[in-house]
Ligand binder design. Structure first.
Ligand SMILES: [Fe+2]
Ligand SMILES: [Fe+2]
Length: 185
């Protein structure tokens, strides 16, 4: 997968634009919505809104962004954009607050175990193709050792890393602004 420098810059700029999610601009893309229509309003998917992923970004917002970016990467490379859109939307449906999970349960390896939990939760509510299951299960590669089998899987790996980094960078930026600029003003 080789996005040009300009494409990578545009993707990073898009991921950092909070208004895209706030204004639900994905609703204006009928071809994307066609891929995820049966998933996106399902109560199990909407329940990801209760949990924070990074900074102030909810798991639901994170999953929609990963889904939408993966979908467009796949269209660009001729890969299966429908599978990327669907699996991207479900890839972090682990349904707990990972910031406090280890204190409440003693489980310390969220990074390694949550893809399996997300897959089991998704399979409780939806019928997934083998490729969609593989994308969810392998999305943490290379932290988990087995890479995804398909181009769509690599698109989700890339989109997930980019969105997570952007969410963390925005969190650090607002922390810095609050502590060093605004509080001292
Ligand atoms: Fe994840
Ligand atoms: Fe993720």
């Amino acid at each position: 997968m080789r996005l040009s420098f300009e494409e990578r810059k545009a993707a990073a700029r898009w991921a950092a634009d909070a208004t895209w999610m706030e204004q639900e601009k994905y609703l204006d893309d009928p071809e994307y919505m066609e891929c995820v229509r049966d998933l996106i309003d399902h109560p199990a998917v909407r329940s990801m809104e209760k949990y924070i992923q990074h900074g102030s970004t909810t798991c639901l917002a994170h999953c929609i962004q990963v889904s939408y970016l993966s979908y467009h990467i796949c269209r660009r490379f001729g890969w299966n954009s429908r599978e990327a859109a669907r699996a991207g939307l479900l890839h972090d449906m682990f349904l707990y607050d990972w910031h406090t999970h280890w204190r409440e349960t003693g489980e310390r390896f969220h990074g390694f175990t949550h893809p399996g939990k997300a897959l089991r939760n998704a399979q409780q509510h939806f019928v997934l193709s083998p490729e969609e299951s593989d994308i969810i299960l392998r999305h943490m590669w290379p932290l988990t050792p087995v890479p995804p089998r398909t181009g769509a899987g690599f698109a989700v790996v890339y989109a997930d890393k980019l969105c997570s980094l952007t969410e963390t960078a925005l969190q650090v930026r607002s922390w810095f602004a609050w502590n060093f600029l605004l509080r001292k003003a």
